[in-house]
Every structure is written in structure tokens, then in C-alpha cells.
Design a protein around this ligand. Sequence first.
Ligand SMILES: [Zn+2]
Length: 177
Amino acid sequence: MHKHGHIGLSLAVAAPIAIIFGYFFGPQWATLTLIFSFITSRVPDFDHRTELIAHRGFTHTIWFAIIISLAGALIITQISTIAGTGPENAGITLSNITNLLPTFAMTFTGFMIGFISHLIGDIITEAYDYTVNPFWPVSNVAYTLSWTKADSKVWNWGLLLLGIFSTGITFITIFIW
Ligand SMILES: [Zn+2]
């Protein structure tokens, strides 16, 4: 699957969760969830840019997704605390940790959606000589559905359109209704 297919799929998968977060925690969380998912949906394929790691190797596992999402959520939560003023804005401390849990959990979820949607995108794509082994090295089971070729215009542009449509629905739901 190409870049635009992955981006569209990440937005489509994130949209229902963005609507739920937006409804309960404020519209900014709908936007942020889409943005976080959009960002990480491309991260696993950074393995194309280096010879040091195999394509569709560790960056295409659930463990990599969890590590990066945890780190990203910690950084965003930390930034969110020091963005304001007052004693509660001194960073992540024991006394404010419960107040910060929603920020941390929603940020983590947003990042994870991007990774998981990327794995889904690669699983529905014909594997050629690469397969997705999301639980490697714990389990070496390869997942592939081979519904489409990586360069399918119908799938890539179709998913991008679906993502744009889902984003539109999210904003209409959260900001207009
Ligand atoms: Zn990939």
C-alpha cells in the first residue's frame, strides 16, 4: 500500500474514536486524535529509508507501535503540563498524575491507531516477498489477506477518499451538531 492509502485508512479508522473523544473530552481531542493517527500511520515504512533494518521487520510489529506510542504520549503529556501556568503545570508529578491520565491515554490511543491501521493496510496488501508478522519475535505467524496489490490505484485512492470523507464526518459531528 502506498502513502496516500495508509493515510486514508488511518483517518478512517481513527474517525469513530475521534468522535467519541471529541464528544466526551472536547472537540480539540477529535482533531488531535486524527492528527496523532495521521502522524504514526507512516512511521513503520521509515524502514524503507535505511539499510540497517529489514523492510516490514520490527517497525511492523505491535511492540514497536507500543514503544513509540508510549514515548510519544509521555512527551505530549509532559508538554501539555508545562504549556499552562501555575503549580499544576510543573510537569508530570505524583500529585497531578491522575489528572493527566486522560491526556496520556487519548494521546497513546491516537498514536496506536496510526500504527495499527498501517499494519491492517499492509496485511490486506499482497505480500510479495515481505510479510507482516505483527507479534514477532514472540510469534512468527505472518498475516496476509492479499486483497490488493500495493500499487492498486482503486484501493489507494479509494482509501484516501474514505479517509477524507471520515474526517469530514468527524468535524461535522463534533463542531456542527
Ligand atoms: Zn508498511
